[in-house]
Design a protein around this ligand. Structure first.
Ligand code: SF4
Length: 265
């Protein structure tokens, strides 16, 4: 892992996901096979390395944020849109924690999305916000599949436990069920929503977005599953109503279980 400390000029950026977003890291140690964050980072062209093999640390992000919150209109902040705010390096650098402290003191609301139970470290702080929600990305309850597609994220059981603790402490939670991996994530849909129904206030569901270069990484993982590559090719390179049918199935389950859900596609 190549880790570099850099300085940023701004940190509170406009976002489509909330009023603002904060990305204190460029790159992500979680190294999810399907991640397409790099396509939204102009400076990525400077990195010849594979996504997941480098992280630039915006070491001055709390300092910049301290100035920016005084000039900007109060609003909601999403952490993070192009990286995981609780990837392992956060344990050492505490940039997410420091930024959260500033946002809390200045009455901003936050939405955190992560794949790491490290978020629990900041529970004391999260509880101080008037408006705070935490979402966990969970693409599967199968630990073997999780490891293949999101190798350095928290194990499934750890994520579920973290959601339980957050809920018990009065934090609003959601599960981002995405990307749904055909014939892998969707094998036990009923069980998936049943198990998570008490842990999440609502669900987002998204399909897989194959940006250039992603398929080459994914097909290597699919080799572990005989016949699956061909089935995926039909969905992503042919004509397929796979995600339409999936939507109908999930809608039926969520309605039956009276769960709140939002499709991102
Ligand atoms: S956790 Fe998010 S940002 Fe990090 S590699 Fe995975 S998908 Fe990309």
């Amino acid at each position: 892992m190549q880790v570099k400390e850099i300085k940023c000029k701004s940190i509170l950026n406009k976002s489509k996901l909330a009023d603002y977003c904060i990305n204190s890291y460029v790159g992500c140690e979680h190294a999810c096979v399907y991640c397409y964050s790099k396509y939204y980072i102009k400076k990525y062209t400077q990195h010849k390395e594979e996504w997941g093999s480098f992280v630039d640390i915006k070491i001055n992000s709390p300092e910049i944020l301290r100035r920016e919150v005084l000039k900007r209109k109060k609003g909601s902040v999403f952490l993070s849109s192009l990286t995981d705010p609780y990837q392992p390096l956060e344990k050492k650098y505490e940039l997410t924690r420091k930024c959260l402290e500033i946002l809390q003191r200045n009455n901003f609301s936050v939405c955190i999305q992560t794949k790491s139970s490290l978020v629990l470290r900041d529970l004391d702080l999260l509880k101080k916000f008037k408006n705070c929600e935490v979402g966990f990305t969970i693409t599967t309850l199968n630990e073997k599949i999780r490891k293949e597609f999101e190798p350095f994220s928290s194990p499934v059981e750890e994520k579920l436990e973290a959601l339980r603790i957050l809920k018990e402490n009065g934090i609003k939670t959601y599960v981002f069920f995405g990307p749904v991996l055909p014939f892998l994530s969707d094998q036990k849909l009923e069980e998936f929503f049943e198990k998570l129904s008490d842990l999440a206030d609502y669900f987002f569901i998204d399909k897989l977005n194959l940006k250039p270069g992603i398929w080459e990484k994914i097909e290597k993982v699919l080799e572990n599953y005989p016949g699956l590559k061909e089935k995926w090719k039909k969905i992503f390179f042919g004509r397929s109503d796979y995600y339409k049918i999936l939507k109908e199935k999930i809608e039926k389950i969520c309605k039956e279980k009276k769960l709140n859900y939002i499709f991102c596609y």
